[in-house]
Write a protein that binds this ligand. Structure first.
Ligand code: PLP
Length: 416
């Protein structure tokens, strides 16, 4: 006997509110007060951005990193420092935030989308290698939803073809791959502190300089600050190329210091809850939980799982509606379609009235270029995880999915 779904008037599984909590408190206020009392909010004169980066560097075991105004900015800075320029191709994932491709296009480089793996939703190294041309300059890997990419395979390809590797870690704080933190494998690791990420400074970002090299650091630092070279009391304006102003303010740095203290706990909670969810969803007919990359751990920014459309009697949208009615707020997919399906790519018009820089390359954005990514976005369900949830919240999520899946598996439901 299948239980009556809440959407059909049955009792909701999630009858109690989810655990909640405050992200900001006295620790952030203390840092902000100190920032104000400095009587400067400029990163180069104050101490807060410096302290924030020092703490972040210690946590990540890197010598240098640079603060930016957003995660998008961090990726643009890394691309600029990597020497990505007009006409270069940059291989990346079609399942990501817009912030991954903005910097590529602002450098007048051409995004090339490699396909992803069906169960990790991360770049498929074989597809990455197949996308390489004479124009390829860099790979921007995205550790989606906290799940690390297969960095051994990616780095092997990068070395073989002499490509730069930039890691988009906006969703993957403190995720590990084979005992090492993601963000420290490639040339640069890019992070976001926008208000939706594991930690928030309102907006902001960081770029790790993984070479630890002084000159490399100087290039990254300058690229986030108009290509001015600010060191100690000297400001050199030896400008050879354009660079944006993506500076972080002392207010963001101050909040970031306090937020970093909370980061290990936040990631640990999310890792535990994500692991519980994978265990709890494993074996439910028609439901495929995500697979964490071999040798990796995830800090689960969100939770995305797939449905087997052949086994289901109904649509993914109907499944999502039923899950919402049970009290689990969820949506289909992550983004509606792969990034390349946006009009920007379909019309090859990043800048109004011109096909530049696409006109420099043979790249194709036709539907079907990344079939796995297209299938994932059509057949997946996403819901948020919070570090403030309780174990019983996670049990309720599992029970809700189990209940809805059982209903959609029954032959009595008409396939629409
Ligand atoms: C959030 C995010 C970005 C962009 O970060 P912003 O701080 O919003 O600019 C880039 N890539 C991924 C994967 C993200 O999730």
């Amino acid at each position: 006997m299948v239980e009556k779904l809440a959407i059909h008037g049955g009792p909701k599984v999630k009858a109690t509110p989810f655990g909640s909590g405050k992200r900001f408190g006295e620790a952030e206020l203390k840092e902000l007060r100190e920032a104000i009392e400095q009587d400067t909010l400029f990163y180069h004169y104050g101490q807060k951005v410096k302290q924030f980066l020092q703490k972040f560097n210690e946590m990540y075991g890197v010598k240098y990193s640079v603060a930016t105004s957003s995660g998008t900015a961090a990726i643009h800075v890394a691309l600029g420092a990597a020497g990505v320029t007009a006409g270069d191709e940059v291989i990346t994932s079609p399942i990501t935030d817009q912030g991954t491709v903005i910097g590529i296009l602002y450098q007048n480089a051409i995004p090339v989308f490699a396909d992803v793996l069906p169960n990790t939703y991360n770049l498929d190294p074989a597809s990455v290698e197949a996308c390489i041309t004479e124009r390829t300059k860099a790979i921007v890997v995205v550790h989606l939803a906290g799940n690390p990419c297969d960095m051994d395979a990616i780095m092997t390809i990068a070395r073989k073809y002499g490509l730069k590797v930039i890691e988009d870690c906006a969703q993957s704080y403190l995720s590990m791959y084979k005992g090492k933190l993601v963000g420290t494998f490639g040339d640069y690791g890019c992070f976001s502190t926008n208000d939706f990420k594991h930690i928030s400074t309102g907006d902001g970002g960081m770029v790790t300089v993984n070479s630890g090299d002084d000159e490399d650091y100087a290039v990254v630092h300058a690229f986030a600050d108009k290509n001015y070279q600010r060191f100690d009391h000297i400001v050199a304006r030896d400008i050879h190329h354009i660079a944006p102003n993506y500076r972080m303010t002392e207010l963001q740095g101050a909040v970031g210091i306090a937020q970093l203290d909370k980061l290990p706990w936040i990631c640990e909670k999310r890792r535990d809850y994500g692991t519980m969810l994978i265990d709890g969803l494993t074996g439910i007919p028609g439901v495929y939980p995500p697979q964490i990359t071999d040798g990796g751990t995830s800090s689960f920014w969100f939770f995305l799982f797939r449905l087997d459309m052949k086994m289901l009697n109904g649509t993914v949208d109907e499944f999502v509606a039923a899950l919402n009615a049970e009290g689990i707020s969820s949506v289909r997919g992550y983004i509606p379609q792969p990034v390349y399906m946006q009009p920007l790519f379909q019309k090859k018009e990043a800048y109004p009235g011109t096909h530049y820089p696409f006109s420099l390359s043979e790249v194709s954005y036709e539907e079907g270029i990344c079939p796995e990514a297209e299938r994932i976005l059509k057949s997946s369900v996403r819901f948020g995880i919070s570090e403030f949830y309780t174990e019983s919240d996670i049990e309720d999520i599992i029970a809700s999915i189990r209940k809805v899946a059982a209903y959609f598996m029954t032959a009595g439901v008409t396939k629409s």
